[in-house]
Ligand binder design. Structure first.
Ligand code: ADP
Ligand code: ADP
Length: 213
């Protein structure tokens, strides 16, 4: 199974991707997570991406496509994957089309998670994630048992530097302008399923299961 998860920042892509990965035994490929790993390792790519990310702007397509093409060569994606946060621009979608042809693969579904902006801002400013396992918390909707500590492995929780209200506002604009047009690209391929991304995490996951099974 090969899935793209589309949706604005805070729509719940990471949260839902982790549930799908577990049930379908496929892999999550999150370009945001990959970029943050590069930044943590202080790599050239990480340093180049840093100022775009901190401003809530998109990292240039060439960097992203190079990074994704390198992942596509790795066997861990063979059982299938869910793309979370990629593609985000029309050139990236075209780049992905080419990669799929090169690897003789086809997409099964493009899921678009829909959540109103006010809810996205509420969710993102309260988002925290585990520095070790990446589990996603929310101070309001899904708080950890002990403040600042992951329930699963005891590691520190981090507050992403781009999850401030000003940066989130810019990221929402960027989504409307650069990423939303992709829905049309995939509508033309007959792959799109719109999912109501409001309500309980489990309820949303059930909607996803209905759409993909
Ligand atoms: P994305 O990957 O689309 O940016 P995340 O999965 O990281 O979104 O979720 C953003 C924030 O919203 C996190 O703090 C997460 O815990 C919270 N969240 C996710 N799904 C829901 C939901 N259905 N209701 C309330 N909060 C949610
Ligand atoms: P979100 O919670 O907004 O879905 P991500 O973790 O996917 O956040 O992305 C964080 C930041 O990383 C983005 O604001 C952007 O700067 C950069 N980024 C991630 N994926 C891409 C991509 N496919 N193209 C360009 N920039 C990206």
């Amino acid at each position: 199974m090969r899935i793209i998860l589309l949706g604005p920042p805070g729509a719940g892509k990471g949260t839902q991707a982790k549930l799908i990965v577990k049930d379908y035994h496929i892999q999550q490929l999150s370009t945001g997570d990959l970029l943050r790993e590069h930044r943590n390792q202080d790599s050239d790519l990480g340093n180049e991406a840093k100022h775009f990310m901190d401003a809530g702007n998109l990292v240039p397509d060439g960097i992203i496509l190079g990074m994704v093409a390198a992942e596509f060569k790795k066997p861990y994606l063979d059982p299938g994957y869910i793309l979370d946060g990629f593609p985000r621009t029309c050139p990236q979608a075209q780049g992905l089309d080419n990669l799929l042809v090169d690897h003789n693969q086809k997409l099964d579904h493009v899921l678009v998670l829909e959540v109103p902006d006010e809810e996205l801002i509420r969710r993102l400013t309260a988002r925290r994630s585990c520095s070790k396992c990446g589990y996603i918390y929310n101070l309001v909707f899904n708080p950890p048992q002990a403040e600042g500590i992951c329930d699963l492995d005891g590691a520190d929780l981090i507050h992403r530097s781009d999850d401030t209200e000003a940066t989130v506002q810019n990221r929402l604009k960027v989504y409307q302008k650069q990423t939303k047009p992709l829905i049309d690209h995939y509508e033309q391929q007959g792959l799109v399923r719109h999912i109501d991304g409001t309500g309980d995490v489990k309820q949303i996951y059930q909607r996803i299961l209905t759409a993909i099974s």
